[in-house]
Write a protein that binds this ligand. Structure first.
Ligand code: ADP
Ligand code: MG
Length: 345
C-alpha cells in the first residue's frame, strides 16, 4: 500500500473518448476482480497517458472495498530488484511467497522485463501460479503484447488471454478538463482559460507533459511574483513547445510561421487586412494547409490568420485548390512547404 500514490484514484481520473474504454474496464475489474474475460487485464498505451494512474486506482478501489484483500502493486523494476535481492540473500522462497500470496497482482511497465531472462522466468511462474489459483493479474505496457519484441512467446500468448485494452492521447476537450482539474487539485485558483487553452493546444500527446507545463508556469509565476497569464505561459513554455511542435504536431501557428518564412512575407502582413496578391496568397495558403494538415475548424483557422471569418477561410481554401491545379510552379512550392512542415523534414 505504501507504494501507492494517494492521488491516483478513479475520482481524480478525467474520462474522455481517449480513455473511456480503459477507464470503464478498470473500474469493472476493480469492482469484480478475477472474471475470466479480464484476466489478465492488459492495459497498454504511450508514455504519460494514465496507465499507472489507472492501475493504482484499481488498487485503491479494491482496498477500499475490502482492506483484507491482498493487493500488490509493483513495477517490473521492483520485481527485478526483488529477484536480485532474493538471489543474493538466498531467499528465493520468500520472494515466491511474497508474490504468490496475493489476491490481486498489478505489475506496471511489463515491457521492461524484456531481456531479463531470470525475471521473465520468475514472472512466468508467478503468472501461472496466480492464474491457476484464479487470482487477478493486471499488467501495463507501453505497447500491445504482439509488439513487445523478443518477449518470450509463451508469455506473450498469456498476455492475450484477457482482452488487451488501450489508452489513446486525449482530445482537446479532455486536455482542457484535465488541466482545470489539476489546477483545482493543486489549489491554483484564478488561472484564466486562455492559459489552459494555450497549454492544451500545444501539448497534445502526453498528460504528464500537460501537467508538467502547468506546474512550470505556476512555479515561475510564484517565483517572479507574477499573475498567470497567456503571455507568461508562452514565455515559460517556449522550449517545451517548440520541441513538441517540430517533433510531433503541426498547428496553424506553425504553418503560419513556415509559410511566412518560405514566402518571405511577415507574419504581421499575413494577419493583416492587406490585399496585395502575394500577401493574400500566403494568407490563403495558411488557411489551406491548416485545413488539410490539422483538425482545426474554419473559425479557429480564421483566428490564426488575424481574425478572418469562416466564410473567408472557406473561399481562401477554394482559391488555393484551384491555383494548385492550374499553376504547377505554385503546386511545387506548396509541396516544399509541406515537406518543411513534416516532422521528419
Ligand atoms: P503512464 O503510466 O501511462 O506513463 P501516468 O499514469 O503516470 O502515465 O500519468 C501521467 C500523469 O498524468 C499522472 O500524474 C496522472 O495522474 C496524469 N493523468 C493521466 N491521465 C489522466 C487523466 N485522464 N485524468 C487525470 N490525470 C491523468
Ligand atoms: Mg507509468
Amino acid at each position: 500500500r505504501s507504494n501507492l500514490n494517494p492521488k491516483y484514484t478513479f475520482e481524480n481520473f478525467i474520462v474522455g473518448d481517449s480513455n473511456r474504454h480503459a477507464y470503464a474496464t478498470c473500474l469493472a475489474v476493480a469492482d469484480l476482480p478475477c472474471q475470466d474475460n479480464f484476466n489478465p487485464l492488459f492495459i497498454y498505451g504511450g508514455s504519460g497517458l494514465g496507465k499507472t494512474h489507472l492501475m493504482q486506482s484499481i488498487a485503491h478501489y479494491i482496498l477500499q472495498n475490502d482492506e483484507n484483500t491482498n493487493v500488490l502493486y509493483t513495477t517490473s523494476e521492483i520485481f527485478t530488484n526483488d529477484i536480485i535481492d532474493a538471489i543474493q540473500k538466498n531467499k528465493t522462497d520468500e520472494f515466491r511467497d511474497k508474490y504468490r500470496r496475493v489476491d490481486v497482482l498489478l505489475i506496471d511497465d511489463i515491457q521492461e522485463i524484456i531481456g531479463r531472462e531470470r525475471t521473465q522466468q520468475e514472472f512466468f511462474n508467478t503468472f501461472n501460479y496466480l492464474y491457476e489459483a484464479k487470482k487477478q493479474i493486471i499488467i501495463s505496457s507501453d505497447k500491445p503484447p504482439k509488439e513487445i519484441k523478443s518477449l518470450e512467446e509463451r508469455l506473450r500468448s498469456r498476455f492475450e488471454w484477457g482482452v488487451p485494452i488501450d489508452i489513446h492521447a486525449p482530445d482537446y476537450e479532455t486536455r482542457m478538463a484535465i488541466l482545470r482539474n489539476k489546477a483545482e487539485l493543486n489549489g491554483l485558483a484564478s488561472i484564466p482559460d486562455s492559459v489552459f487553452n494555450y497549454i492544451a493546444e500545444n501539448i497534445v500527446s502526453n498528460v504528464r507533459e500537460l501537467e508538467g507545463a502547468l506546474n512550470k508556469i505556476s512555479v515561475y509565476a510564484k517565483l517572479m511574483n507574477l499573475d498567470i497569464t497567456e503571455d507568461l505561459a508562452k514565455d515559460t513554455l517556449k522550449d517545451l513547445i517548440s520541441k513538441e511542435t517540430t517533433s510531433l504536431v503541426i498547428t496553424p501557428d506553425l504553418i503560419l510561421s513556415t509559410v511566412a518564412d518560405h514566402m518571405d512575407i511577415s507574419i504581421e502582413d499575413i494577419k493583416s487586412k492587406k490585399r496585395s496578391a502575394d500577401i493574400a496568397t500566403a494568407r490563403q495558403l495558411v488557411m489551406y494547409l491548416s485545413r488539410n494538415l490539422t483538425d482545426r475548424s474554419l473559425q479557429s483557422i480564421g483566428d490564426t490568420v488575424g481574425g478572418k471569418d469562416h466564410a473567408t477561410v472557406y473561399s481562401g481554401i477554394k482559391k488555393i485548390e484551384e491555383k494548385i491545379k492550374e499553376d504547377s510552379q505554385f503546386n511545387a512550392t506548396v509541396d516544399v512547404i509541406i515537406k518543411k512542415l513534416s516532422p521528419q523534414g
